[in-house]
Design a binder for this molecule. Sequence first.
Ligand SMILES: [Zn+2]
Length: 206
Amino acid sequence: MDQEKIGKFIQEKRKEQNLTQNDLAEKLNITDRAISKWENGNCLPDAGTMPELCKILNISINDLFSGEIVDMKDNEKKLEENLLEMAKLKEEKDKQLLKLEIVIGFTASITFFTLIFVASYIEMAMWLRILLIVIGSIIFAFGMANAIKIEQTAGYYECSDCHQKYIPTYQSVLWAQHMGRTRKMRCPKCGKKNWQKKVISGDKND
Ligand SMILES: [Zn+2]
């Protein structure tokens, strides 16, 4: 906090209200020396005095700490910038996840088919065949469950009728007919069942 800037700001606002240091001191029930110390940037008003001081000077506590009137428009702009930044980060993360999904699905499938192949065509004890098939099936099921989880949560599905973008339930993603990432599901907004594309951005205009 810039004490000097705050001091000048208090002085400026006091003069705007046509108050002398003495007038302000009286209103706040403190000495005029205290006012002079603030305005010279030697110290800050104490917390107990601040609300009343701000009321008299017609400023917010935020203005007081900033040593100037804080523009509400700037506040909103800053907030918007931060939200956009966060949306971008999520999109990047979702893209990475969807790539990972392909790797997981591919690895799980290859492992599964390799183990089934080995268990079917190579000479070995029956218990070992069964063990390989069980292990293969577990890896496959585990891989697919994770891949579908990513498919469900990364990005959004877009209804081809009303263009609503939404995150479906795991069950609906799991059981839906699909062609690649496009799935036939029921839209929660318009209730129609149609082919829905996976999109990365939740932005309405994209
Ligand atoms: Zn719809």
